[in-house]
Design a protein around this ligand. Sequence first.
Ligand code: MG
Length: 371
Amino acid sequence: MSDFSPYAVSSANSRGRRHADEPPAHRSEFQRDRDRIVHSTAFRRLEYKTQVFVNHEGDLFRTRLTHTLEVAQIARGIARALRLNEDLVEAISLAHDLGHTPFGHAGQDALNACMKDHGGFEHNLQSLRIVDLLEERYAAFAGLNLCFETREGVVKHCSAENAQKLGELGERFIDRTQPSLEAQICNIADEIAYNNHDVDDGLRSGLITLEQLEAVSLFSRYVEAVRAAYPGLGGRRLVHETIRRMINVLVCDLIETTTGNIIRLKPQDLAEARRCGPLVGFSDELREAQREMKRFLRKHLYQHFQVLRMTCKAQRIVSDLFSAFISDSRMLPPQYQSDEEQPRRVADYIAGMTDRYAMKEHRRLFAVGEI
Ligand code: MG
């Protein structure tokens, strides 16, 4: 522990848990958080939830679970290099997508639209709801009773209105301070992971091509370097060697730029680091390169007609399920029936579904000939 930077989060400077818990005997508080997350039901559901491609479209595409593991691995590497709390970074990374609906962002947008008169639906806040309330694993409390810093890391962004409701967790959105450096790392590791694995999955699916990607400066720089070093190399090895180099340059740039920011602003402790503005970040050049890649993926992959068909179908499934359960809540499993907050409980039920479970429920409710 003692080799952490002075502005790292530690068991000693943590704001602690909501419910008093005995300190762990042989683990740090954040190792315990990580372990609780891995044992949760919501974590196992990530295996069957869409990242970009619906789970049944192919066995090799990323799911929310493999995406999550890539984020954790990238984030831990960065945290160790910066002498920050790796255990916290791992816990936040493993929890960061727990609140996602089935069918990726399409599912979330549909559920948010269904919930517009009932407080909306936002996956970050749902992740928090899962770890604070919905998981049923401990006798003494609902949820996982995670440390403040892990919970804060899960809530990446939220509206001013929602921030008011979050109590101390919402304060930073109101007073405009930053989350811990560990949380900032997870945020950017998420971006590094999905930009790169979406290039890989996009190429594998055939929805985007190498030729198209060569118009993106970061990709073209490294694919050309690989071709120059290994003339004649093609296929998967060319793609993977290029992606590996892109991930490496992003991670190295992030570590070096962040180190420079820390040297310049000299935070002495965690409280000062929170007041410094975002310390974890890329150089201007790499930030722009990442933006260009995102624009490319949005246009050519996320808005590809075949992806949009899936998106449209997913939205229909989610909104059909929502309308059916709202019209007659007696069709819900009993634990989701509620007198006070029925729409929120319907959202909990739908958000918790895996892709295939949602499709199965839809067939159960709507397919003629299947009861
Ligand atoms: Mg993510």
